[in-house]
Design a protein around this ligand. Structure first.
Ligand code: NAP
Length: 459
């Protein structure tokens, strides 16, 4: 990106700011939307906050995010606040207002979470909701549940007075009596029905990944959907307990993503599409989960994944692993039998589970993957987390030459296998390109040359 006389500044006011992921979101958006802007963190002490906000306005800073510990105090330095920020009592986004000569404060945590929740097809209206925790984030969740007219809302906290303050404030603000505050240990008194849970405590946050705010399996048997605001680790213990009990579980990464996107939209007067949001999500995910030391080979059938993986094993000492063989062993069935018995969707989910297992136990391995593995977006992310993903790219004609006499390829057992290859490759090539970190031309070269190139990349 070229910085020139027209570059606009966006940034974050907070203390500390060193670990923020906001630059990943906003600078990715600048790049994707080709905006001449740059986003930087500003470390600001509480005593200097008002001066910093006024100074930023005079310096023509386009927009600012605000984080801990300034989300409340910053309201004294603004020329206005939107209704949600006022109701929640916290501002995380400042938007320039030239008429009023200052910044107007918004809270994008709340609409960010709402957009994340909706993107998963979850509706809040008339639902029974349980909010665990009564800190800063819980206020935004409580406001969202009231605004979206959830049925009954229970807010449970270790310090019950803080939960009571939020419930009292929200009931008053919305002129209802639907939010009730309890002590955390009173969860056993919750009604015998299925509910939606927002996990808003800081328990379970990395590195304390084995901790959870409630352990009781009986509680989880009532959880239809569990949303943990924590996003690191990607799957918290709370989420695991929800899934094990048969519920759906989500982490807070999409909330983080969308609160940033909404701020960016407010500053730049643009609308970010879902496809662009997905691309930013991928970069956020990669920033949190850096790649392991494995080599992952992806590509179409016949692209040479197994051959090259074996050369890397024998010449450079990697452990060889084939995901299809791994799945066949763990499921006790061949891939074709799994497809025939349960369908492709089931198979892709098994692939996701296997990738998570490999995540925990695989190091310095070369992993040869099934040809459809990166089709599921989640699998593509997990592959990149596992190691350096190399796409072995081979032309349609070359693939046909390599596989036409094979009789062990279920996908080619059809009337027109050549056409099948064309259709599948057309669909898969863009997904391979998205998933891969390295693009490796894999024809008219020896397998040894290709293996050497990959080893050099990983070296
Ligand atoms: P906060 O204001 O510090 O509140 C922390 C909450 O956790 C309080 O309810 C606190 O209870 C509870 N808690 C802490 N330790 C506990 C323990 N040992 N036992 C029981 N409860 C305990 O933090 P916050 O700003 O609300 O953030 C909460 C979580 O949400 C954090 O993990 C944060 O990373 C995450 N978050 C995510 C996003 C996102 O974009 N995804 C945005 C904001 C926050 P007491 O009141 O009794 O102390």
């Amino acid at each position: 990106m070229e910085i020139n006389g027209k570059t606009r500044i966006m940034g974050l006011l907070g203390n500390p700011v060193e670990h923020t992921l906001s630059p990943v979101i906003h600078n990715s958006l600048n790049q994707i939307l080709k905006k001449n802007g740059v986003y930087v963190p500003f470390l600001v002490e509480s005593e200097g906050l008002e001066t910093a906000v006024k100074g930023a306005y005079e310096l023509n800073v386009l927009g600012l995010n605000v984080t801990v510990p300034h989300k409340n105090q910053v309201m004294n330095a603004l020329v206005g606040t939107d209704a949600a920020a006022e109701g929640i009592g916290a501002v995380n986004t400042l938007v320039r207002n030239e008429e009023k000569h200052g910044y107007v404060g918004y809270n994008t945590d709340m609409p960010g979470l709402l957009r994340a929740v909706r993107s998963e097809g979850i509706e809040l209206k008339d639902k029974t909701v349980v909010i665990l925790g009564a800190g800063g984030a819980s206020k935004a969740v409580a406001y969202m549940c009231m605004q979206e007219q959830a049925g009954h809302i229970y807010i449970l906290n270790r310090t019950p007075d803080k939960a009571a303050d939020i419930a009292g404030h929200m009931n008053h603000l919305f002129g209802r009596d639907t939010m009730e505050a309890w002590a955390l240990e009173d969860y056993r008194k919750l009604p015998e029905e299925r509910f939606l849970v927002f996990q808003c405590t800081s328990i379970g946050l990395s590195p304390n990944v084995n901790q959870v705010v409630l352990e009781d399996a009986e509680f989880y048997s009532h959880v239809e959907v569990g949303i943990d605001l924590i996003y690191n680790p990607a799957e918290t213990r709370f989420m695991k307990l929800v899934t094990e009990a048969g519920g759906q579980a989500y982490n807070g990464l999409k909330m983080l993503l969308y609160q940033g996107i909404i701020a960016y939209e407010l500053w730049n007067q643009v609308s970010v599409t879902e496809e662009q949001a997905e691309a930013v999500y991928d970069r956020l995910y990669e920033a949190i989960h850096p790649s392991g030391d494995n080599i992952v080979l992806i590509g179409f059938m016949g692209s040479g994944k197994t051959t090259i993986a074996h050369i890397l094993e024998q010449t450079y000492g990697y452990t060889f692993l084939d995901t299809d063989a791994y799945i066949e062993k763990s499921e006790g069935m061949s891939i074709s039998q799994i497809f025939a018995a349960y369908g492709e969707d089931y198979f892709r989910k098994v692939e996701t589970r296997v990738l998570r297992e490999l995540q925990e136990r695989t190091h310095h391995a070369v992993i040869s993957t099934g040809g459809g593995m990166p089709l599921r977006r989640e699998n593509a992310r997990l592959l990149r987390e596992l190691g350096k993903v190399c796409y072995l790219q081979v032309s349609e004609e070359e693939i046909w030459q390599r596989v036409k006499d094979c009789h062990d390829r279920p996908l080619l057992e059809c009337e027109s296998p050549k056409e099948r290859i064309h259709n599948l490759l057309t669909k898969r090539h863009p997904r391979y390109m998205e998933a891969a970190r390295y693009f490796i031309p894999a024809e008219r070269r020896t397998p040894e040359e290709i293996a050497k190139e990959i080893q050099d990349l990983n070296g």
